[in-house]
Design a protein around this ligand. Structure first.
Ligand code: NOJ
Length: 536
């Protein structure tokens, strides 16, 4: 998968029923935008399954259907057919770690200790004093164990108590879950984004996690969660078998079916292990390092190269700049650096994933307490994800092209009326036109799509420079993270500037190459590249 993935949060993309919530026919309606206006290669759609929506669809109550809010299976089929007609691939979210507590499997499991599905979830007796069996914590706050009065045991939930963890050590559960991926593959899905893929297997002895600041922490998790070293409640080595089996199923279908896993591990060797030694597990574990690395040249270079160093031979890197769990690039980095981020995302070696609305430079929306939706914010204040999930902005009209005029969207619209597709298409230097230009250049340039990566030596400290090379073609990318101009000494006196993040500069330039403050440049066929470090 060397193309560009575009993530759609379906509640927020396009509403066709005036419910204030987006739906699958809405995505179908916007496929021309995705295929032609932008020119991406695949869409990943966050969950649209039946769900009580305790975690907005990441609590699935039926793995093989569509929530009526989002449409029907027929709408999904139509979406796939229309996407394929435009050569767009369709990747759907698959949530194997936990179901909803309203899933019939869990309802059966909690009905009695003797129910045949009891063991499809993770139950445990209390500690002698009646407290939870171990110290494991839920990502969304509090103990990961919930007491079930009726059957006198605790069940495990790594997220909300409404999201009980499935027991992947039970063979019937495993078969039932793999049947759910066959269901979607048979309907034409091109692949899956696997939710918290590394959580599926836990320590079978349920040992306490050691308290340790250090490895495998995700900075965005709450402070209590970060006091533990999560060695026993996630990324257990047995997880790898699950993905070997999943890969074998994908391989048994025609047409390069694909899996990308949500795997957040600071230990990059453990992270890369999900490619599989024989490249027989996930096609890619999502790489979130651009979300957490300090935003300056040297740190980013180190971070990119740390990833390059662990991706196995024959494996393919990937980069993420935004998603539905993280403040948007404009919020994190500001407008100018969000433009540098766009250039970085679309020129590094690997598959970029672009989050809907980031191509407009959408900021996070500020949500008042009364408008708050995210259960994480309600449980761990400050962790909320509503800000980055506000509706897509198609035009400046009432309803913003997302929903009907006068309809209340499920989250407020961003107020800035200039941020929308229609307006930005007419502004030559808009963020949308920058993304379009980057996507076009990427399509046109074999080095950018497939070439190797080499860092450029002898660039000023505030610049991150790298070359992408393929056969005898080279493209250089120079990103100035500083507030001051600086010169970069590429050999030769003529430079073919392909694109500037400011979009006011292209063509042949003579003399030394000067980067303006906070500017990124793509330079075509630089005469001589001084480089340090190679990969690819
Ligand atoms: C990761 C997803 O990205 C997030 O949105 C969700 O809340 C958790 N997994 C739980 O499924």
């Amino acid at each position: 998968m060397t193309g560009v993935i575009y993530q759609i949060y379906p509640r927020s993309f396009q509403d066709t029923t005036d419910s204030g919530i987006g739906d699958l026919p809405g995505i179908t309606r916007r496929l021309d935008y995705l295929a032609d206006t932008l020119g991406i290669d695949a869409i990943w759609i966050s969950p649209f399954y039946p769900s009580p929506m305790a975690d907005f669809g990441y609590d699935v109550s039926d793995y093989t259907d569509v929530h009526p809010l989002f449409g029907s299976l027929a709408d999904f089929d139509e979406l796939v057919a229309e996407a394929h007609a435009r050569e767009l691939r369709v990747i759907i979210d698959w949530v194997p770690n936990h179901s909803s507590d309203q899933h019939p499997w869990f309802q059966a499991a909690r009905s009695s200790r003797d129910d045949p599905k009891r063991d499809w979830y993770l139950w445990h007796d209390p500690a002698p004093d009646g407290s939870p069996p171990n110290n494991w914590l839920a990502v969304f706050g509090g103990s990961a164990w919930e007491w079930d009065e009726a059957t006198g045991q605790y069940y495990l939930h790594s997220f909300l108590k409404e999201q009980p963890d499935l027991n992947w050590r039970n063979p019937q559960l495993r078969t039932a879950m793999f049947d759910t991926i066959r269901f979607w593959l048979d309907r034409g899905a091109d692949g899956f984004r696997v939710d918290v893929a590394h959580f599926v297997m836990k320590d079978p002895e349920f040992r306490d996690n050691p308290t340790a600041p250090g490895s495998d922490l995700m900075p965005r998790y709450g402070p209590a969660y970060e006091t533990q070293d999560h060695v026993h409640d996630k990324a257990h080595p047995d997880s790898h078998d699950v993905y070997r089996e999943m890969r074998a199923i994908l391989n048994s279908y025609d047409g390069d079916r694909f899996a990308v896993g949500e795997i957040s591990l600071d230990d990059l060797d453990r992270w890369a292990a999900y490619y599989g030694d024989e490249l027989d597990q996930l096609h890619m574990p999502f790489n979130f390092t651009l979300l957490t690395t300090p935003w300056e040249a040297a740190a980013l270079r180190r971070s990119v190269e740390a990833v390059e160093a662990v991706v196995p031979d024959g494996g393919w890197p990937n980069f993420v700049l935004g998603n539905h769990d993280t403040p948007r690039p404009v919020r994190r980095l500001g407008q100018a650096h969000a433009r540098i981020g766009a250039m970085l995302l679309l020129t590094l070696r690997g598959t970029p994933t672009l989050y809907y609305g980031d191509e407009l430079g959408m900021d996070d929306v500020d949500v008042s307490p009364g408008e708050m939706q995210d259960p994480w914010e309600i449980r761990v204040p400050g962790k909320g994800r509503d800000g980055c999930r506000s509706p897509m902005l198609w035009n400046p009209e009432p309803g913003r092209g997302f929903t009907g005029p006068g309809v209340q969207p499920w989250l407020p619209f961003l107020e800035n009326l200039d941020v929308n597709v229609a307006t930005q298409l007419d502004e030559p230097m808009s963020m949308l036109n920058l993304y379009r230009a980057l996507l076009e250049i990427r399509r046109a340039s074999r080095p950018l799509r497939l070439g190797s990566y080499r860092a450029l030596a002898h660039v000023p400290g505030q610049v991150y420079g790298y070359a992408r090379e393929d056969q005898d073609e080279t493209v250089a990318i120079l990103l100035n993270f500083g507030d001051t101009p600086c010169e970069v000494s590429l050999a030769g006196h003529e430079h073919d500037v392909w694109l500037s993040t400011s979009m006011d500069r292209s063509g042949l330039e003579t003399g030394p190459l000067t980067l303006r403050p906070n500017e990124g440049l793509i330079v075509r066929d630089p005469p001589v590249i001084q480089a340090s470090g190679t990969s690819g």
